[in-house]
Design a protein around this ligand. Structure first.
Ligand SMILES: C[S@@+](CC[C@H](N)C(=O)[O-])C[C@H]1O[C@@H](n2cnc3c(N)ncnc32)[C@H](O)[C@@H]1O
Length: 268
């Protein structure tokens, strides 16, 4: 099925920040509670080296996937990793909570907007994007990857949405919605607005349904990802693309790029 670049509601500037924060909180909660990005830990382990490895997570939302992945690495590796969470529309309350309650991990966040299309030079480190590359059309996605190559940063992209998943997602849609309706009171922090906008005026379920289906329709396949990085970095940058099984019907598609030895080691 061809990739369709339809809009997601929470991408727009007009979308209220409170709604976006409630949405990214719910997404983070599902990704963590269903362990959807468990395979990301094993893949990140392969690229982490040195005593002080910085991960700059772009499009962090509420920030949980990268923190869960690093936590799963075990103390000896996780202890050498610093995570910096960033977003164009930072969910400051959740990022702050995560940085304070990340169980001994070194997690910080940038309070001001960081656009993945224009990452400031002082944010140095290995870049990650979870559930986010599909937000960008081909030209923008390529620009994100090109910038990492130009600055000799490593970059890893992970997506649990999948164009093939759409028919199955529709079948699983009802239980998925039921899960949202049942679990919403346990999403932290408890917010009255979350209850109101889930049960009384069902904004969050509607956004989750629309943006969830659209995310599937515009996800990049392995072949698309290979196309995006064709000729990028030539011989001094290596790319790995693949798909691994995750929880239940879900799979994680990934793209990992790393500069080869040389000045790369200083900038990763
Ligand atoms: C689907 S959410 C994923 C959030 C998080 N990575 C996760 O997996 O839970 C996409 C995120 O991308 C952010 N975003 C959208 N466009 C962006 C851009 N140009 N630069 C940085 N972040 C952006 C949104 O604010 C949102 O938090």
């Amino acid at each position: 099925m061809r990739r369709l670049h339809i809009f997601e509601l929470h991408d727009h500037d007009w979308f209220p920040d409170t709604w976006r924060d409630l949405f990214t909180d719910a997404l983070s909660f599902f990704e963590a509670s269903m362990d959807l990005y468990a395979p990301a830990a094993r893949l990140l382990e392969l690229v982490i080296d040195g005593e002080d490895f910085v991960i700059v997570d772009l499009c962090s939302g509420a920030g949980q996937p990268v923190v869960t992945a690093v936590a799963a690495l075990g103390d000896d590796i996780a202890g050498r990793v610093r995570v910096v969470l960033t977003d164009k529309y930072p969910n400051v309350a959740s990022l702050e909570r995560l940085s304070k309650e990340s169980g001994g991990l070194d997690v910080s966040y940038v309070e001001t907007p960081v656009d993945a299309l224009s990452v400031p030079d002082d944010l140095t480190g290995f870049r990650t994007l979870f559930s986010s590359l599909h937000h960008f059309d081909e030209d923008s996605a390529r620009a994100i990857l090109e910038d990492a190559v130009a600055k000799r940063r490593g970059i890893a992209v992970f997506e649990f949405t999948d164009r093939r998943l759409l028919p199955r997602l529709l079948v699983y849609w009802l239980p998925f919605l039921v899960r949202l309706l049942v679990k919403t009171p346990s999403i932290v922090p408890f917010r009255r607005k979350r209850i109101l906008l889930t049960y009384l005026v069902p904004v969050i379920p509607v956004v989750l349904c629309w943006d969830g289906v659209v995310s599937c329709l515009r996800s990049y396949s392995e072949d698309d990802l290979r196309g995006l990085v064709a000729r990028l970095g030539d011989d001094d940058y290596s790319w790995r693309v693949g798909t691994v099984r995750s929880t239940g019907p879900f799979r994680v598609t990934y793209l990992i790029g790393q500069p080869q030895a040389g000045p790369a080691a200083a900038t990763r």
